[in-house]
Design a protein around this ligand. Structure first.
Ligand code: AMP
Ligand code: MG
Length: 283
């Protein structure tokens, strides 16, 4: 592979650290990447192959008694490109190693339980890459904006979520949290496309305009989420998503970084390889 074309590591440049302000965030930027789209797409393919190899190693580890896993949490407003990340980024790895879950409006059964109940049931099995299309963070986003529970209830959830994630990390799950940020203008164009193309009508929901109308309230809720839950063990990465190719490249790199940190190796065989070769020869 050619030299690393990033001017700055995406892990550094996209991480929501203290003082991060969504207000001054540009969803149409491509931070850290000064090459063009074609180079970005090429880089993503190369990194995708590496990602697929590491994911297979994690899968092998899980089959050999390992307990580790990786969890990708995707948040973003409608049209931010969560589905595209699934298809184009997660789609680069072997689907048998992926545990995918999407979280919509809670069912009656889910509402009868604690909000983390449905999340716990969907956590990745050992050796798997889990992908959450929306997540427990909806319980401090839409729930806060729509006032579905009183402020003291959602207000207590930030600490609770941090404790929950600390428990997961302690049990061997690396968490990669990605907030995809699309601009108001780009969202309008993407929603209009959904209305203009019969093959995209199914993606449109008249209710999406209600959320769009509350953009400032959502921005405050996202800001509070980043302020309270971008922790050392499970930081948030805020990814500009007006350019789909950039967002997909960036998430590929963030995932790959998480896999590389695991220091994976192929499991050692539990049998004598040479002896097995001889046995096989003899058949
Ligand atoms: P979509 O991802 O476009 O299929 O939409 C799913 C919808 O479910 C979004 O409008 C979310 O805001 C909503 N949703 C997800 N989780 C919750 C939750 N915990 N409470 C209320 N609404 C939710
Ligand atoms: Mg939607």
């Amino acid at each position: 592979m050619s030299k690393n074309p990033w001017d700055r590591s995406p892990v550094e440049v996209l991480r929501a650290g203290p003082g991060f302000r969504l207000e001054s965030f540009d969803p149409s930027a491509t931070p850290g990447w000064s090459d063009d789209k074609d180079d970005g797409t090429e880089r993503m393919r190369d990194q995708g192959e590496r990602l697929a190899d590491l994911q297979e190693m994690l899968f092998a580890e899980g089959r050999s008694g390992g307990t580790r896993s990786v969890l990708l949490v995707l948040q973003g407003m409608d049209t931010a490109g969560k589905g595209g990340i699934l298809r184009h980024v997660v789609g680069m790895v072997d689907p048998q190693g992926v545990d995918h879950a999407s979280f919509g409006k809670p069912t009656d059964e889910e509402l009868a339980h604690h909000y983390l109940w449905r999340i716990r049931r969907a956590l990745p099995q050992p050796g798997r890459l889990g992908v959450f299309d929306r997540s427990h963070y909806e319980d401090v986003l839409v729930v806060r904006v729509e006032e579905l529970v009183p402020p003291d209830v959602w207000g207590a959830r930030y600490d609770e979520i941090n404790a929950f994630e600390a428990e997961l990390v302690g049990a061997g799950t690396a968490i990669v949290k990605v907030a995809l940020m699309v601009s108001l203008e780009e969202q309008k164009a993407r929603l209009m496309e959904r209305l203009e193309r019969p093959d995209k009508h199914w993606k449109y929901n008249p209710a999406d305009l209600a959320a769009r109308a509350k953009w400032p309230a959502y921005r405050s809720a996202y800001q509070a989420m980043l302020d309270h839950t971008s922790t050392e063990i499970a930081p948030w990465f805020v990814v500009p998503a007006d350019h789909k190719w950039y967002a997909r490249l960036a998430v590929t790199e963030l995932l790959l970084d998480a896999f590389e940190r695991l220091g994976l190796r192929w499991p050692a065989p539990t049998y004598d390889v040479e002896a097995e070769k001889h046995r096989l020869q003899a058949t």
